[in-house]
Write a protein that binds this ligand. Structure first.
Ligand code: AMP
Length: 192
């Protein structure tokens, strides 16, 4: 099973992805986490990535695809993969479709968490205070939301056109409540 969890910054996708990964026994592949690990290493590439992330911009497709390509075989070796924060652009989605097709796989579900923008801004500023995340300044938040609306909404359309099951789930509420909605939306999906 290959799944994609989708959501604007602050929509709680990291929390829901962790629950879903456990429920469906999927390997969780978060490009944001992989990038933050690269930044923490302090390599020249990590420093460049850190600047891009702090500005609220997307990291170039070629770099993201290199990272995913190198991690996919290991992630695919189990019962499946849950992509978190990837693909963010149509070019990434097309490249992922090709990678999966080469292995005889396809995207089993796309889950999009839906949270109104005002609520997202509140959540992100709260998180920035708690975690001291340098990419969560007001300007960076506004930029990431613009990026999200412009590019990633197109990725949902891509999957609708490809006839992959796309589920939009209301992401407002307690994490457990949101997860119940996700379970309902995914219906019969199980780890086997
Ligand atoms: P996330 O943890 O998914 O919110 O990602 C944090 C930041 O990492 C984003 O704002 C982007 O700068 C970068 N990033 C993560 N995933 C991608 C991706 N698939 N394509 C481009 N940039 C990404």
């Amino acid at each position: 099973m290959i799944g994609i969890i989708f959501g604007p910054p602050g929509s709680g996708k990291g929390t829901q992805a962790a629950k879903l990964q456990e429920e469906l026994l999927l390997n969780h592949l978060s490009t944001g986490e992989l990038l933050r690990a690269e930044v923490a290493k302090g390599t020249p590439m990590g420093n460049e990535v850190g600047r891009i992330m702090a500005a609220g911009d997307l990291v170039p497709d070629s770099l993201i695809l290199d990272i995913v390509r190198s991690r996919l075989p290991e992630a695919e070796s189990g019962t499946g993969v849950l992509f978190d924060g990837f693909p963010r652009t149509v070019a990434q989605a097309v490249a992922l479709d090709e990678m999966l097709r080469a292995e005889g796989h396809g995207v089993g579900f796309v889950l999009a968490l839906d949270v109104p923008e005002a609520e997202l801004e509140d959540r992100l500023l709260r998180r920035a205070r708690l975690e001291g995340r340098s990419d969560d300044t007001r300007e960076a938040i506004a930029e990431r939301m613009r990026e999200y609306r412009k590019l990633t909404a197109a990725v949902l359309d891509h999957y609708r056109h490809e006839s992959a099951p796309v589920h939009e789930v209301d992401g407002v509420g307690e994490p457990a409540e949101v997860f119940e909605r996700i379970r309902k939306a995914l219906g019969g999906i199980s780890s086997d």
